[in-house]
Design a protein around this ligand. Structure first.
Ligand code: SAH
Length: 404
């Protein structure tokens, strides 16, 4: 396209790094860089070449981050308004194709949408922006103007309160970037309304990555007694109740989450069948599975959902996390009726599907239960997976029917 990019500062990568980048992995670590032709400033656009001076891509530079370059394009393009209009427009078109009825979804999921360092969530007519990389943060105004052109939202707010920003040399910052936001955000997911606080809370407000799984799991709920562990704002609980569950118990250690979930249930006319208990799941399950030596445990639930937070922050904590996963599975299986279904999720990057299922099987073995896998789940399609960028795949889930 443009030849201007030829004069950009050049980052030359070490021999052996080119293939990964050409295959679509956008991160270039400090240690992968052989040299730069002239020192770029943090946030600058750079061109990336291999040690034989072959062009690899155009990216954004930050010396303060462990990731020195985030590649945005594998073609020679300017990183200007037109670029963002194309990329964000393509991201929007993908959501419209894959989730045609959805009105709240993740519009831009960083690497998944070839926009490393940018996240945009759509909560009905309000957009929530996160810019965890310095270079994207510097381009916030441009991004906001593109979002306004494409979606004409009522408001665009920024929620940059993630600790990871400090590794990029960024302060936390939140506030309104455009328009006038309502006091509380809300989202309609699969026809159910969820209210959430405008500040605080998890992620940008809701776990949008579970949107497609809420419906898929609810199919096991009809006429049953449901236990939703780590229920947060009631995503699985409300979908299960709407699908015809007789009763739903949600468990969360956050009192605010339980109150909000209860209000969401009531607002959707599902308050009579749902109950949210403010408890630590580990303690609650322990108490429920305790039986005096002479008695037998009577299982109560037809569907148990386990959707815990990531128990791992790094590789070192994986063994502890696995112990945690095993414990909740063991106890959940003991509470499940003979024909019941366990739907279970793991959002930890460091525990893959194989390892996760191994833990579940080992819990089943200890509980003397046999399982039949009846469904496999992944993150919702608005969190697309690029197989060439393994970090884009993190949420996995399974449903098992108890065979005996
Ligand atoms: N299933 C939810 C997301 C769960 S996020 C949804 O679809 O929206 C994890 C939730 O677990 C948070 O709300 C957090 O408050 C809660 N939590 C974390 N550790 C917990 C524990 N030990 N016991 C109970 N709740 C816990």
């Amino acid at each position: 396209m443009s030849t201007n990019t030829e004069s950009l500062p050049t980052v030359v990568v070490q021999p052996g790094e080119a293939d990964r980048i050409l295959a679509g992995h956008p991160w270039i670590y400090k240690g992968s860089i052989q040299r730069t032709t002239r020192p770029p400033s943090d946030g600058d656009v750079v061109q990336v070449k291999d040690h034989r001076a072959r062009f690899l891509g155009i990216g954004l530079f930050n010396s303060r981050s462990k990731i020195n370059v985030r590649v945005l394009s594998w073609d020679r393009v300017e990183i200007d308004r037109g670029f963002f209009l194309n990329r964000i427009g393509a991201a929007l078109a993908l959501r419209k194709r894959l989730m045609p009825g959805a009105t709240s979804f993740r519009l831009v999921n960083a690497e998944s949408d070839l926009l490393s360092g940018l996240i945009v969530d759509k909560y009905e007519d309000v957009l929530v922006v996160q810019t965890p990389s310095l270079a994207m943060d510097q381009r916030k105004k441009l991004i906001v103007s593109v979002l306004e052109e494409l979606l004409k939202p009522r408001a665009i707010i920024e929620r940059n309160d993630m600790a990871s920003r400090k590794f990029e040399g960024l302060e936390e910052s939140h506030g309104t970037l455009a328009g006038t936001p309502p006091e509380r955000l809300h989202a309609v997911l699969n026809g159910l309304r969820f209210d959430l606080p405008a500040t605080g809370g998890h992620k940008t407000g809701l776990y949008l990555d579970q949107q497609s799984n809420y419906e898929a799991v609810a199919r096991w709920a009809k006429d049953g007694a449901v236990l939703d562990c780590f229920s947060f704002l009631g995503g699985f609980s409300l979908h299960a109740a709407r699908a015809g569950a007789k009763s739903v118990v949600g468990l969360d250690q956050s009192a605010d989450a339980c109150t909000a979930a209860g209000a969401n249930a009531a607002a959707n006319g599902l308050g009579d069948r749902t109950q949210f208990v403010n408890a630590n799941v580990f303690d609650w399950l322990k108490a429920e599975t305790f039986v005096p030596p002479s008695e037998k445990l009577v299982p109560k639930f037809d569907l148990v959902v386990l959707d815990p937070p990531s128990f791992t922050r790094n590789r070192d904590s994986v063994p502890d996390a696995l112990r945690g996963y095993k414990e909740i599975h063991l106890r959940a299986l003991r509470l499940l009726k003979p024909t019941g279904v366990l739907a279970t999720f793991c959002c930890s990057h460091h525990v893959d599907a194989r390892l996760f299922e191994d833990v579940i099987l080992s819990a089943a073995f200890d509980a003397r239960r046999m399982l039949r896998r009846v469904a496999t789940y992944s993150q919702s399609p608005d969190h697309p997976v690029l197989p060439g960028v393994p970090e884009t795949e993190y949420l996995k889930g399974f449903a098992y029917e108890m065979v005996r």
